[in-house]
Write a protein that binds this ligand. Sequence first.
Ligand code: FES
Length: 161
Amino acid sequence: MIKFSEDKLKEVQAMIDRYPEGKQKSALIPLLHLAQDEFGGWLSPETMDYVASLLHIEPIEVYEVATFYSMYNLKPVGKHVFEVCHTGPCMLRGSDDIISYIRQKLDINVGETTADGMFTLKTVECLGACGYAPMMQLGMHYKEHLTPEKVDAIINACRNN
Ligand code: FES
């Protein structure tokens, strides 16, 4: 059974305490981030049910949010997750070609993870960095003005990390 450590439970309580009495559901988004970080990089049904129990809300209320935002992973992901923006401005600047290049280079399709568990490829909607298109998010960082050469360098850096 999954459970946060005592230290993490204190963080959870601090998140809940930011909101007025009875509005504990407002802590759902940061709590899901914490849960995803703590429990293997993705949100299993068990994890989402646990989060619901911590907030005293129904599991469906957690599923609704977790399935809406692309930053939550609903199945296991690789060590490095490439979230490539494919919204209009990035598409006009060649995101389709970048996505194809990554697919071919890693031999996976969008939504898949490499057999060695190193990389997952996702496509996401606008990440607010349209001026740097085409771009992707990799962990806490944005990788901008992507080209095949830059993708090669990113993959190599990940492999050596
Ligand atoms: S369209 Fe890609 S960051 Fe906005």
